[in-house]
Design a protein around this ligand. Structure first.
Ligand SMILES: Nc1ncnc2c1ncn2[C@@H]1O[C@H](COP(=O)(O)OP(=O)(O)OP(=O)(O)O)[C@@H](O)[C@H]1O
Length: 371
């Protein structure tokens, strides 16, 4: 807990250009942001709605958006805020290339849930992490283990780990299906009341939508496995290894059902909220609008839109900041005029002049964003 109070957080100046990068020491930094929002006049009321988040029924927050807009930073800040409120919270990164560990400056690899150093009640995991090069040099590779768990371990032996890893990781949707099966295990933990809330950090837009349809993907994978077994059993040298009786199809079906359960849960507004993260540029806003359309089509409930990296009011009037501010105003106005986005609650998160990295920075950021 001590790290949370670390005064280094005070060094996170909110100024966006060099001239103002160090505000006067006596001025509270948060006040730079909260006392005025220059561009908010035409927008939906700025309301983090954090109170509602801690008292409501939702247990799952799924954070998604375009690549690089700050999804991990926002997800980590929310998890931090929930944990600081005393709610046992788990943050799970479901990205193919994780950055959650870097954000917390802690090694989170290994597909395990671990406590976050220096933050009470906060746990984290990076799941579905498969480094083909590292894993394939290891005979008991992650994929073989996974296949073993679902009763397809028999496939691993004749093909060899290297080939198998390469083949499966190139199969569209396999990564998401793996992440989804891991999530199903985590959901079971949740049902045992281990965590009050779970924040899911997902990869760029398409990946989030893929996760939603992972049930279909899993079914495709199971179909593919079935075909592979049939094909291989016609090759005399492999016949004995692929005897159908050795494959536990009941276990596979159980897994498929578990995944279908997770899918349903993610579509239930009583349990889940999708949070869309964007930045104030026309391109990002346009993509967020499309993202919300797709979420709605998939029955995934979204309520909040976070516009991250907004130039703070403390930014000066130099040419760079003035042009940037104008562009942001245009982008923010796009939101208020967009049919898909204008109904969402809007939260503006300021651009900090340092990375959102490490517990003190996240602690500071979480208080600025979630009110
Ligand atoms: N408001 C902010 N102010 C300053 N830096 C920020 C802010 N938000 C995010 N960043 C920085 O931007 C970089 C990318 O952020 P982050 O990893 O959260 O994005 P992401 O959307 O999760 O990326 P990816 O799509 O690659 O997973 C990081 O260095 C992070 O510290």
């Amino acid at each position: 807990m001590a790290a949370l109070l670390n005064p280094t957080a005070r060094h996170l100046a909110l100024a966006a250009c060099r001239r103002l990068s160090t505000p006067p020491a006596a001025e509270p930094l948060v006040a730079h942001w909260s006392t005025q929002a220059r561009y908010s006049s035409s927008l939906v009321e700025i309301n983090g709605g954090f109170k509602e988040m801690v008292t409501g029924t939702q247990s799952y927050y799924v954070v998604g958006g375009k690549g690089g807009v700050g999804k991990t930073s926002i997800a980590a800040s929310l998890a931090m805020k929930l944990a600081k409120h005393g709610q046992p919270t788990l943050i799970v990164s479901m990205l193919p290339a994780h950055s959650l560990g870097d954000t917390f400056e802690q090694d989170l690899s290994g597909n395990k849930i671990v406590p976050v150093n220096g933050v009470d009640s906060l746990f984290a995991a990076e799941i579905g992490h498969v480094n083909i090069k590292e894993e394939s040099s290891n005979a008991g590779s992650f994929i073989s283990d996974m296949l073993g768990k679902i009763g397809l371990g028999v496939l691993a032996d004749p093909l060899g780990s290297n080939k198998l890893n390469e083949m499966l990781m190139k199969t569209p949707g396999f990564g998401e299906a793996l992440a989804m099966s891991k999530l199903a295990e985590i959901v079971n933990l949740q049902q045992n009341n281990k965590f009050r809330q779970i924040v899911l950090d997902t990869a760029a837009t398409g990946h989030t939508l893929n996760l939603l349809s992972a049930t279909d993907l899993m079914e495709k994978f199971l179909g593919m496995a079935n075909k592979a077994v049939n094909l291989a059993s016609s090759i005399p040298a492999l016949k004995s290894a692929f005897e159908k009786g050795k494959i536990d199809f009941a276990r596979i079906e159980e897994l498929r059902k578990q995944i279908a359960r997770v899918h349903k849960l993610l579509q239930d507004p009583q349990s889940t909220e999708f949070i869309i993260v964007t930045i104030p540029t026309a391109m990002a806003i346009t993509e967020s609008s499309r993202f919300h359309t797709s979420l709605k089509k998939d029955g995934a409930p979204a309520k909040r839109l976070i516009v991250n990296q907004v130039l703070p009011p403390s930014a000066c009037d130099c040419r760079f900041c003035a042009v940037k501010r104008k562009e942001e105003t245009r982008a923010l106005n796009m939101i208020s005029e967009d049919r898909e986005l204008s109904g969402l609650e809007l939260i503006q998160a300021p651009l900090l002049d340092v990375e959102v990295r490490g517990v003190p920075a996240l602690n500071f950021f979480s208080d600025v964003v979630w009110k």
